[in-house]
Design a protein around this ligand. Structure first.
Ligand code: GDD
Ligand code: MN
Length: 375
């Protein structure tokens, strides 16, 4: 519903006004401040798709007049062009969210996703479609790492390394699903729209292809080489935080939530141990040190849960914190008397005692649950 709100339903121009044809191919272009690239992009798309029943859908998150540029060029090309402009507050999911909304707007059975900055050659689109049609593929990935492909447009060694590294990481995480996929990071691909499970997508940032391949049912995947060009105008929108988003998303796609919870919980041992030892070393009584360090560990675990376990929850984090802290402090009921025994009575070191008390808390929780809940 909200999706169609600002969907531009202007009638298509020129030839298509007289002879409307059901499009065979929807070209989805996510744009964020690409005003200077619109004209060359639409010209090249128009030439490349000649003879094909195509349409172009911009999903735009710009503040720089990109929609105006599109409106200006649209009458001069023969492809039907639509713009879905997202208001600042409606820009969910960044690039990935834009692409996902684009899928919902496609009138054609096949959709091509292509960047708006001419780093992806529109001239390769017919080859993507041909591969899909001739080989009954659900997804055809434009790849820089197969014959006919090149990654020379990746500016700088760092970006090369990041691209190769993330590719490897994805393929390690999903060896079966990504078998034969050489360019998981590609932003240039074609999909059979019906094969996309839009409800299953939780797009966040750049890695929409990974999201799609990881969440869809079994897919027939092909690749076609293309040369990744330099940006035509402007600067990349990618950033370090995109990298963080990507790693987190890969983790949550791969590892089930209870396992993520257990990992985060176990990792809390580190700040707890280090904190208790350090505070004690600074002269604090070991029980006070344990109480304080536990607060640090709880904060640590809370951040872990927010980022890695229940990531992207709506609502205020601050509001969730008190309940989280109270529940996690219950451990101290067991741990403080135990620490007093271990250190005060039996002469254990504070570090060892902390570790033992944390282990004991887990075991006691297990036994209590077993006795009281699973009798
Ligand atoms: N709607 C929308 N919203 N579009 C966006 C957003 C956003 O938040 N962020 C970026 N875009 C658009 C850009 O306008 C451009 O058309 C396209 O998405 C790619 O963005 P760039 O900022 O040019 O990304 P890049 O060149 O660093 O990364 C590209 O190449 C990578 C491979 O190295 C993308 O295709 C990546 O997906 C790809 O992994
Ligand atoms: Mn780019």
């Amino acid at each position: 519903r909200a999706l169609d709100r600002d969907l531009d339903l202007d009638p298509p121009t020129t030839a298509h006004r007289l002879a409307p044809v059901a499009p065979q191919l929807s070209v989805v272009v996510p744009t964020r401040n690409e005003a200077h690239n619109i004209e060359p992009l639409l010209r090249r798309l128009d030439d490349a798709l000649r003879g094909l029943a195509g349409e172009v859908i911009f999903v735009d998150d710009s503040d720089d007049g990109t929609p105006e540029a599109i409106a200006r060029v649209r009458p001069t090309v023969s492809l039907p062009v639509r713009v879905h402009h997202r208001a600042p507050r409606a820009r969910v999911g960044g690039l990935g969210g834009a692409v996902s909304e684009g899928f919902a707007l496609c009138a054609a059975p096949y959709a091509v996703i292509i960047d708006g900055d001419l780093q992806h050659p529109p001239e390769t689109i017919p080859a993507l479609l041909a591969a899909a049609l001739h080989e009954a593929a659900d997804v055809v990935i434009g790849s820089r790492y197969v014959s006919g492909g090149s990654a020379s447009g990746l500016a700088g060694t760092t970006r090369h390394l990041v691209s190769t590294g993330s590719n490897l990481l994805c393929r390690l995480a999903f060896p079966r699903r990504l078998r034969g996929v050489s360019d998981v990071m590609s932003g240039f691909f074609l999909v059979r729209v019906a094969a996309v499970d839009r409800a299953g997508l939780r797009p966040d940032g750049y890695k929409i292809l990974l999201e799609l391949l990881a969440t869809a049912g079994p897919l027939r995947i092909r690749e076609v080489g293309y040369a990744f060009a330099e940006r035509h105008a402007g600067a990349s929108n990618a950033s370090m935080s995109e990298g963080g988003r990507f790693v987190r998303r890969l983790f949550s796609l791969r590892v089930p939530r209870p396992a993520r919870f257990a990992l985060v919980g176990a990792s809390g041992t580190v700040p707890n141990l280090v904190g208790t030892a350090a505070l004690h070393h600074l002269g604090l009584h070991y029980l006070a040190a344990a109480i304080l360090a536990t607060q640090v560990a709880i904060a640590w675990n809370f951040v872990g849960c927010e980022l890695l376990v229940w990531d992207r929850q709506a609502g205020s984090r601050l509001r969730r914190y008190p309940a989280f802290a109270i529940i996690n402090n219950l451990d101290l009921v067991v741990r403080l008397p135990l620490l007093a025994l271990l250190v005060g009575r039996w002469g254990f070191g504070v570090g060892t005692a902390t570790l033992l008390s944390l282990a004991a808390a887990v075991i006691i929780r297990y036994l209590v649950v077993e006795r009281l809940v699973y009798r």
